[in-house]
Design a protein around this ligand. Structure first.
Ligand SMILES: [Cu+2]
Length: 506
């Protein structure tokens, strides 16, 4: 419909133009060619002067009118430490170019007015003028030198990398520390990766990229285990941030307009940008408060004002394809405490979606942190049992001892818990145990009896192989005779299938 209207308008304008042409032609026939030409020239000259005034006034007016929306003017001061340097360079460049702009525009239109065609007037030919040449070469050269030198200085300051010796950590608290976040652009989103507890981003390999592993993290690298991928960029205020910028497919551009951070993301060529946010989201909102343009209701949340719903954003500033617009990500600058609290909610990609799956090269081993945690839990359990006077408390269930389906072969992961028991037995030399196997009621009682016996025996054998005296151990199979829960539900049956040990003496 709109297209149709536009086409109709264009046709009408064309008709009007043709008609005017015809009328002019007719008029010149009546009045005489020369007379008409003179009138037209005068009219055009006057119109061009009016246009000049309207145009220049419009330039100044629009800049003043929209100043509160523009970065670097009005309330939109830079929210990063280096931003002011760039804004200053921008202002000073604008100052000089504006002078040139106004002078040249005024002269352009004034000359067109003054030297409109007049009968008998001849052009003045001036093939060369040394003075003029010097003036319009030297002045721009001096101004350009000033701008270029200032620009280089600003560039070196803004583009400086993290100073050598600074430490990469997850939550920096001083100038000697920094947080490194990886941002990988792809069609059409940004993948953000934080380093996790260790403060280090793990290695990547593009050949390892899968649906579950968008940046191709190498899971055999310990540094990758705790890396996490949040949906928004949350950063602590007043700390150094280094963004490692990558692209997976085409050119993208990492743009944080409010921080004057902007850098191309080039496939195959990692880039970076170091900056320090100096205003939290909340402080920036306060800066917008009271500005008329932001005291109006937010169309998306009519009960709130625009300044209240303001958020920093990460955009892609390279027109990278059809879904380019959807690369927007929220950016939140928060206080140290808020940042720490946010960190606690994050879960590493490895632990949440890779661990234990077929993509996990460490499926059959525990991670250092898991070993440590389970060992602590196990020791607490044993010590509580030793301290208790109740017989029932002396019976402990193995939480992580499992067998291959239908057999008495211990799974690889069972060894960690059994090793904890070996250690406990060595620590308490007078402790003796009964290892007991139990099953649910699936299958025949005879088969279950046998299975439970051989499973208890397997645990017994493992302990003996690891140096525990046979005198201190017995292995018993109870089959399905001692359920701890109902055998009618899967959850109940799972509880009934178990291996336990009972502390007999201590
Ligand atoms: Cu893009």
């Amino acid at each position: 419909m709109t297209a149709l209207l536009v086409i109709l308008c264009l046709i009408l304008i064309a008709i009007v133009a043709v008609q005017i042409g015809k009328v002019t032609e007719l008029a010149s026939k009546i009045r005489g060619e020369e007379e008409v030409e003179k009138i037209t020239n005068n009219r055009q000259a006057n119109l061009s002067m009016i246009f000049m005034v309207l145009f220049l006034v419009g330039c100044v007016w629009s800049a003043a009118h929209y100043r509160n929306y523009m970065l670097g003017f009005g309330p939109h001061e830079a929210a990063s430490a280096h931003g002011g340097v760039l804004d200053y360079m921008f202002d000073i460049t604008l100052f000089f170019t504006a002078i040139v702009f106004f002078i040249t525009q005024i002269l352009l239109f004034y000359f067109a007015y003054k030297y409109k065609a007049e009968k008998g007037r001849k052009a003045l030919y001036m093939p060369h003028d040394n003075k003029l040449e010097v003036v319009w070469t030297v002045i721009p050269a001096v101004v350009m030198t000033f701008l270029v030198v200032g620009g280089l200085d600003a560039w070196n300051e803004v583009m400086a990398d993290i100073p050598e010796g600074a430490k990469s950590v997850l939550s920096p608290t001083s100038e000697d520390e920094y947080l490194e976040v990886e941002a990988m652009g792809y069609q059409f989103a940004w993948n953000l990766r934080y380093p996790g507890e260790d403060g280090l981003l793990g290695t990547r390999d593009f050949r390892k990229i899968t649906g579950n592993n968008v940046v191709g993290q190498d899971w055999t690298d310990e540094k990758n285990i705790d890396d996490f991928h949040p949906n928004e960029l949350v950063l602590p205020v007043n700390q150094n941030i280094r963004i490692r910028i990558l692209a997976r497919d085409v050119l993208h551009n990492f743009d944080l307009p409010h921080f004057r951070v902007k850098m191309d993301a080039v496939p195959g060529m990692p880039t970076y940008f170091v900056f320090k946010p100096i205003l939290t989201t909340e402080q920036y909102r306060q800066q917008l408060k009271g500005v008329p343009e932001y005291e109006v209701p937010d169309p998306n949340q009519p009960d709130k004002k625009l300044w209240e719903t303001f958020n920093y954003e990460l955009a892609c500033a390279e027109l990278c394809g059809k879904g380019h617009f959807s690369m927007r990500r929220l950016v939140k600058i928060v206080t140290q405490e808020e940042y720490e609290a946010w960190l606690k909610e994050q879960q590493s990609l490895y632990m949440s979606s890779i661990r234990g799956t077929d993509d996990d090269p460490r499926k059959d081993e525990l991670l250092g942190i898991e070993i440590k945690q389970r060992k602590e839990d196990f020791n607490t359990k044993v010590e509580t049992a030793l301290a208790s006077d109740t017989i029932a408390d002396k019976v402990l269930r193995f939480d992580y001892v499992t067998f291959e389906t239908g057999s008495a072969n211990l799974t690889k992961l069972s060894h960690y818990e059994l090793d904890n028991l070996v250690e406990a037995l060595n620590k308490y030399p007078s402790m003796t145990l009964e290892v007991a196997g139990h099953t649910d009621n699936t299958g025949t009682p005879e088969a279950n009896q046998l299975l439970s016996e051989s499973r208890a025996q397997a645990v017994y054998n493992y302990l003996v192989q690891n140096g525990i005296d046979v005198e201190r151990l017995t292995a018993v199979g109870y089959g399905q005779t001692k359920p701890v829960d109902s055998n009618d539900t899967e959850a109940g049956r799972e509880k009934n299938r178990r291996t336990e040990f009972k502390i007999l003496t201590q």
